[in-house]
Design a protein around this ligand. Structure first.
Ligand code: ZN
Length: 336
């Protein structure tokens, strides 16, 4: 008798193990399926449009920036990602005075939103700035890497989350896709958002900010599969660990923390839009490829982007956002 019970017990143990293993594989398979559609051909057409002559370098408050804003908003509308509830369009209007003489007119951040299925009030922010330097005389500063690359990444990540949602795998937390204006003139768009948040900052779980991820800098020219990460461990060690383990499992890029060092003279932690979240105690990761010879020059053009690498870095950010949006517990801030 005893032996029979043991056999029955082992049998059920075996079944329960294989079921839980199967369920886990399934969740991974889902993530991988939607990440795998983030490829070169999804990115290059959008980037070439954002960095085209038509948008005239996307200077804040000028015609090119407005046209770029419409293009990005039309895209969100086309894929079925709505503005936040209560907003009848994708534009967070910022009055001209806010730019302190750096804009000819009012300008706008772009906001698109996927509601969470379970922890709707908790918000994951994925951002980039879509403005650039405009024109000097007749010369257009295209800003292909800075930051059409990050903006394209945010758009494609929104599409990946939306595809998953349509297939029944919507995120448990809400995701806000934010494209900032006025970054080049002094982080105005993110400053405005942080002082006029659409969702309470206390419920904002993280900001994954992307500014320049389509190129390779001089230091890494022989090992291009890298990305600089800045800020990940500053407010939440849990975020840093999650980011590391996600990359190790799915994307296997070299995560370079050179610019995360507090003693680094570049002080990038304070120099892009994520800082307006970090200073409000919201954990951030800033994704960045480092500067290169075309940085802030009219030669920062779409033909110089490494699109396969851009796709791979975008997949890393998608996977990281997925983990944060779907984990059981909200990311925990360090106590200090
Ligand atoms: Zn930038």
């Amino acid at each position: 008798m005893n032996k029979i019970f043991t056999i029955i017990f082992l049998f059920f143990l075996l079944i329960s193990c294989s079921v839980s293993k199967g369920a886990k594989l399934n969740e991974d398979a889902v993530k991988i399926k939607f990440a795998s559609r983030i490829i070169k051909s999804e990115l290059d057409t959008k980037l070439y449009i954002l960095a085209s002559d038509v948008f005239e370098g996307r200077r804040t408050g000028e015609k090119g920036q407005k046209l770029a804003a419409s293009y990005i908003a039309d895209f969100y509308n086309h894929i079925g990602v709505d503005p936040p509830i209560g907003y009848d369009n994708y534009f967070q209007e910022i009055p001209q005075e806010f730019f302190k003489g750096h804009s000819k007119s009012s300008s706008e951040n772009i906001v698109a939103y996927i509601p969470g299925s379970e922890f709707r009030e908790e918000i994951v922010v994925i951002s980039s700035h879509y403005d650039h330097l405009g024109k000097k005389g007749d010369v257009i500063y295209y800003g292909a890497d800075d930051d059409a690359s990050g903006t394209t990444a945010v758009m494609v990540i929104a599409e990946a989350f939306q595809r998953a949602r349509k297939a029944g795998y919507g995120p448990r937390r809400s995701i806000l896709f934010l494209n900032f204006t006025g970054e080049e003139q002094g982080l105005f768009g993110s400053k405005y958002y942080a002082s006029h948040p659409i969702f309470p900052l206390s419920n904002t779980v993280v900001n994954l900010n992307i500014d320049m991820i389509g190129r390779v800098d001089e230091k890494n020219k022989d090992h291009p599969e890298y990305i600089y990460l800045i800020g990940a461990d500053k407010l939440s060690k849990q975020l840093h660990k999650l980011s590391e383990s996600t990359n190790k499992k799915y994307t296997k890029l070299t995560l370079d923390y050179t610019f995360n060092d507090d003693k680094d003279p570049n002080r990038y932690y304070y120099r892009s839009d994520h800082y307006n979240f970090a200073k409000n105690n919201i954990p951030v990761i800033f994704y960045f490829n480092g500067v290169h010879k075309d940085y802030h020059k009219f030669t920062d053009t779409a033909d110089k982007i490494n699109y396969d690498l851009l796709a791979k870095r975008t997949r890393l950010i998608f996977y990281t956002a997925w983990e944060i949006a779907n984990r059981d517990e909200r990311l925990v801030l360090d106590k200090n």
